[in-house]
Design a protein. Structure first.
Length: 327
């Protein structure tokens, strides 16, 4: 079977697909003023278009799918999208990244539809800090939803927290208490500069290496990275049931192990989160007979993928904020 491979020898079995742009949170690092709906926006991909997209990707090696937003759970047909993905041969991991506000009401249905992995954004375990960062006082119900999900047999339940200097950088002791008896992974994500957050970035950016030094000094040990793993460097400790992952986009060789592509909610292929080009795939998603043309377009674009992002040089590409592409 043909696989997607770029000129640097990297293969791409992992797709992050945004299914909606809208979000119901007002996170200070992403959408501090909330999502602003505007007339005339292109509509998100339909379920039929998504199914054709996934069948095309699966034909060239897709094994891992992550559904993102905005906030993907705002799509009412999310269970049907999950079920459609689960019916595509070859895809053995279907993950969802969510803010968790609908977990307690809908996670059972997503699991039944075929969801295998769950990521929930939880930027702080302190209720007031969480409210200050996200604009919502809903931490307690989100944590209840996570506890419910933990008993449903997911391959993995992971929590995501963006590292923010002066806002949540003193939360590590609380996280360690949380992980002592819970078999979940908490992933700390270094704040990335995007097109519209320069002042915020300069005020709150914290290098992930500082956290890794803390972990190592406390006895946490770096685990070997699986060939098909995501971008996190994962740590374990014999005294804790849970693990800690660190995503450090400004670290040396961060892009060397890149194995993922992104498609926006309107069907544009993004070779890199911080790339400058979006290639519309939607024209090849209108008919089942267009699959060969879709695959040819994917293979042609991989020849243009750069060796890495240019965040160190202050180039953020065409991403104004992470809600537009799902991170």
């Amino acid at each position: 079977m043909a696989i997607l491979e770029d000129r640097f020898g990297r293969s791409f079995p992992y797709l992050r697909l945004s299914v909606i742009e809208a979000c119901n949170f007002r996170c200070t690092y992403c959408l501090p003023d909330g999502f602003q709906a505007r007339a005339g926006r292109p509509q998100p991909l339909t379920r039929e278009e998504i199914a054709r997209l996934l069948r095309g990707f699966a034909g060239v090696g897709l094994r891992k799918l992550r559904l993102t937003g905005g906030e993907p759970t705002l799509r009412r047909d999310l269970p049907e999208i999950i079920a459609s993905a689960a019916a595509v041969g070859g895809i053995d991991s279907i993950a969802l990244t969510t803010n968790g506000t609908l977990l307690d009401r809908r996670v059972a249905r997503w699991r039944e539809a075929g969801l295998t992995n769950l990521n929930v954004s939880v930027d702080a375990l302190d209720r007031e800090r969480f409210h200050a960062i996200t604009g919502h006082d809903r931490l307690d119900e989100i944590l209840r939803g996570i506890e419910l999900a933990r008993g449903m047999g997911f391959k993995a339940v992971k929590l995501n927290a963006v590292l923010l200097k002066g806002l949540n950088d003193d939360q590590l002791p609380a996280w360690l208490d949380y992980l002592r008896e819970r078999d979940v992974s908490v992933r700390f994500i270094e704040l990335m500069r995007t097109g519209d957050n320069l002042a915020y970035f300069e005020r709150h950016h914290l290098r992930a290496e500082a956290l890794e030094t803390q972990l190592q000094e406390a006895g946490w040990r770096l685990l070997p990275r699986a060939p098909d793993a995501g971008p996190a460097r994962e740590y374990a400790h014999p005294g804790y049931a849970g693990r800690i992952g660190v995503i450090a986009p400004y670290s040396k060789d961060f892009c060397a192990g890149c194995n993922r592509l992104r498609v926006t909610h309107t069907g544009d292929l993004r070779l890199c989160l911080f790339g400058n080009v979006g290639i519309p795939l939607r024209p090849w998603l209108q008919d089942d007979g267009d699959r060969d043309r879709l695959v040819a377009a994917l293979q042609a674009q991989l020849g243009l993928k750069a060796i890495g992002h240019r965040l160190h040089e202050g180039e953020t590409g065409m991403t104004p904020n992470l809600s537009t592409i799902g991170g």
